[in-house]
Design a protein around this ligand. Structure first.
Ligand code: ADP
Ligand code: MG
Length: 247
């Protein structure tokens, strides 16, 4: 099992946000995706779940079924005004098994409550999600992933605007997922978190700057290269020459 990115290029209005990305996420590994703002990190995750279509290249999810994939978008992309309570939201983690209109059933509700207890929110089951702090809301979304029992877990900046205590607790869940052989890929901005919890790192600046063991990838030279590339994005207007020649 693995996830292979085979020369993946993804564009918005013909401007490539990531280009010619090649590499492999091994199953059971935890990989951080690291890179400056606008590096294409979110674009890459969305392409991996099939929400965006690459304009060339392929994403191969070898051995993972669609329903075994959990994806947590950046908090800014989530609508929290929905009139649902915490337990309802956690139970939607079962949809992939029950079907959208299937009944959750007593075993399902038990699983949802158990997941809430694991993230320390057992007393919040009936709260509307709009009444939660961003840390609490992130705990709920992690509980939903627990219920989903996903094998491949994609997290986009999961600890942004999240308090330190929650970050610590949720990182322990990531560690547990790794120990259970799940594959975790997370966009992160904090070196210490990456070094402590993510043995592998993909350093992205629209293209791959480096991909491999975290200690090797996050060296001065690579980080400087990523920042340098980011400084040139505006001047060169992000036109992909390989694609332009082909067109
Ligand atoms: P990151 O997550 O690394 O900050 P993104 O993947 O969000 O980067 O964005 C990469 C580039 O693609 C940026 O230049 C961004 O402005 C552009 N982009 C992202 N989403 C869209 C969109 N929906 N439409 C047009 N351009 C977009
Ligand atoms: Mg992003």
């Amino acid at each position: 099992m693995n996830v292979i990115l085979d020369n993946v290029t993804v564009s918005y209005q013909r401007h490539p946000a990531v280009h010619h990305v090649c590499g492999e996420f091994a199953a059971g590994e935890a990989t951080a995706i690291f890179g400056p703002n606008g590096a294409g990190k979110s674009t890459l995750l969305k392409t991996m779940i099939g929400a965006l279509e690459p304009d060339s290249g392929r994403v191969l999810l070898n051995g993972f079924k669609r329903q075994q994939i959990a994806y947590l978008p950046q908090q800014s992309e989530i609508d929290r005004s929905l009139p649902v309570n915490v337990l309802d939201l956690v139970s939607t983690g079962l949809w992939q098994r029950t079907g959208l209109f299937g009944r959750v059933g007593s075993a399902g509700w038990r699983a949802a409550r158990a997941a809430l207890a694991m993230v320390g929110l057992e007393d919040f089951a009936e709260r509307p999600i709009s009444a939660l702090s961003s840390g609490q809301f992130q705990r709920v979304l992690f509980a939903r992933i627990l219920v989903q029992d996903a094998r491949l877990i994609l997290l986009d900046e999961p600890f942004n605007a999240v308090d330190a205590r929650t970050t610590y607790d949720l990182l322990e869940l990531v560690r547990a997922w790794r120990e259970q052989g799940r594959t975790v890929i997370a966009v992160l901005h904090d070196y210490e978190q990456v070094r402590a919890f993510f043995p592998q790192t993909l350093l992205l600046a629209r293209e791959v700057v480096a991909w491999g063991p975290t200690d090797k990838v996050l060296c001065e030279a690579n980080l400087r290269q990523a920042v340098d590339k980011a400084h040139h994005w505006h001047e060169h207007a992000a036109v992909c020459h390989v694609k332009a020649e082909a067109a």
